[in-house]
Design a protein. Structure first.
Lengths: 326, 326
């Protein structure tokens, strides 16, 4: 089965519910001026592959609970929380483009961008509250705390610590896996899953999220610039130390060239050379292997659930994480 | 009774609970680096008069529900939400000092300030979720939406519209009264109040919040610079059109001098002259009268509740709103 048809499979299973999620996402409350509303609508509408709400829906599907309105609201809340964090991230990073669309930050003042992110947080919380379930809200608040604390830690961690696997593991949990955990556990909670089932979902989300982010970090080195849409080794060029670099250091030790990269002080030519070295090294296959291990763990976590098309689709998503090209 | 003893009265009634609120506020989860944690602790600790949590506690007191842990958590959540919005506000306004303390914005990067505000939002939501009550969370999310939508509207409203009473009423509701409504209705909800009682609290919060903000805006003109801690007419000098200016315009019409003030384009000398004109005009007493009307309405809203020291303290707070000097 190709990647293309795998995504189609998961999508097809929850197509009508996903359409309802899209509608909920664009049913934005009062926002002024009209031009800002339009910009926010564009950002929300251009929201990637909707992986997180698809996960929520597939989990609800496993519990035979796909057609409750609450499930739609929670899936939309998860995606909206993700979107809100991206709006603030783009401001923090000074990013001008995301998913091929101009960021708010590119066209509006910092004040408007901060407020718009806050507004989307409020909207996300409002969507979650519609589910009328305290546990949904608690997980929601906790996840926001984890994501933001992770970003704060990342902003202030010295470069020595950033190049450790321990720091990397914390970082990718806070940045990616925590939101995957949110997506799947909320799907379980809203379906009245047992504590044992919620724990299995938590593990699935953690391992799948880790695998997904590791592959993202590998693709930053190996991807084709035209496909990925940014220069090869873009993370390292921005001072972001990810698994391939950490593994490369483990294998080769620090040299003067790596030192400048770790401190974010290389020239462009130096970066070109280092990125090329890492790209051609074993660090890539070792990193992909780590993603495969995480994927395997994610798949194991789902064994507790009976076989169903929804479980099969979740398993296929994990395959896709490792085989994807962007 | 003097203002001083009035505040003491309200404080004394809920002193031990307020101490527990302070403790909950400073029990900040994981935040790095230590220097940022210290800065956040200073901001949280220097948090003014704690009016909002005092209101929540007094309302819980009216319902004989003051000694539940949930009440403390909800009161702390209300104050923390308020603090989070202030952190982002200071970034948006570029303010360097608040309540005599350096703002985060003054000492940290915009990125750190945005993230810290987000972190405090997450903490506020976490505190609220401890109450294990869906309605508490729903009101919380709705209020954040109102506050942020109001700030966005304010940021993008043209000066023509800003000088209307209608726009001013919306603005002070979003900025101040909505948080007062949050504080008192959450105190009711967590105490199992009836829908009729919640509605009375909503009215009380609205009218009291309006009165409080109108007096704040009056004091910006009439206050002594040394007491208020900022130049007289500071709002107008920053392009913020408040009730005294709106009333002055109603009474005197627009002239060329007012035109430059409404557009935020006057010279300092022109501002001095305009602020002096408004200060000495009937606009001040008319505005104070409007605050008194709102206070009267707030007091009426509480008539539905039986007499108690807690109700008496809430009534005294409304007196204080109009008689206060800063």
């Amino acid at each position: 089965m190709t990647n293309e048809s795998t995504t189609h499979h998961a999508h097809a299973l929850v197509a009508s519910q996903l359409a309802a999620v899209e509608e909920a996402l664009l049913n934005l409350p009062d926002i002024q001026p009209p031009a800002l509303r339009k910009a926010v609508e564009t950002i929300v509408a251009s929201g990637g592959k909707r992986q997180r709400p698809i996960m929520t829906l597939l989990v609800a599907g496993m519990f035979g609970n796909l057609n409750e309105r609450k499930v739609i609201d929670v899936a939309a809340a998860v995606e909206m929380l993700h979107t809100a964090t991206l709006v603030h991230d783009d401001l923090i990073d000074g990013s001008l483009v995301r998913r091929g669309t101009a960021t708010l930050n590119a066209a509006w003042t910092p004040a408007a961008t901060v407020l718009t992110g806050d507004y989307l947080f409020a909207f996300a919380a409002g969507l979650a509250s519609r589910a009328n379930n305290v546990q949904v809200m608690t997980i929601f608040a906790d996840t926001l705390g984890v994501v933001v604390a992770g970003e704060l830690r990342q902003a202030f961690t010295d470069w020595e610590r950033r190049s450790t696997r321990e720091d990397y593991a914390k970082r990718i949990y806070a940045k990616t896996a925590s939101m995957f955990v949110l997506a799947v556990t909320e799907g379980g909670v809203i379906s009245g899953a047992s504590e044992q089932h919620i724990e299995a979902l938590r593990q699935f989300g953690t391992f799948y999220g880790n695998a997904f982010q590791i592959m993202d970090d590998v693709l930053d080195f190996t991807g084709d610039q035209a496909t990925v849409g940014k220069p090869v080794g873009s993370d390292l060029r921005h001072g972001l130390i990810t698994l391939p670099t950490i593994v490369f250091l483990e294998q080769n030790g620090k040299n003067s060239m790596m030192n400048c990269a770790l401190k974010g002080e290389c020239t462009n030519l130096e970066y070109d050379a280092i990125v090329d070295m890492i790209r051609k090294s074993d660090a890539i296959s070792i990193s992909i292997n780590e993603a495969a291990i995480q994927t395997h763990r994610a798949r194991r976590a789902l064994e507790i659930f009976p076989d169903s098309p929804y479980r099969a689709a979740l398993l296929e998503l994990t395959d896709l994480a490792v085989s994807r090209k962007l």
